[in-house]
Design a protein around this ligand. Sequence first.
Ligand code: SF4
Length: 85
Amino acid sequence: MTPAQTHSPLFTKIAIAWICWLFDFIYLGMDEAKDYLIFTCQHLLPNGRCGNYFWRPNVCRNYPLVDYFEQPVFLPGCGFSSLPR
Ligand code: SF4
């Protein structure tokens, strides 16, 4: 979501409900800069593994999205990293 979208209360409310319903995510809050919505997942196991790996949604399968000719952009604290080729 863009900052303009996260600053619209109605859009934010609809987006949170949609994301929670669609992906089985649980809304935790917004980051301090109010640029990102923060979610956890109902399928996240205590050991950090996915409890729904086979049926995980595309948003999980495609993370992180990589722009053409760019390095992937990771969310803060996500645990992934990349090396340039
Ligand atoms: S990979 Fe699994 S645990 Fe992680 S967000 Fe997706 S469904 Fe949830």
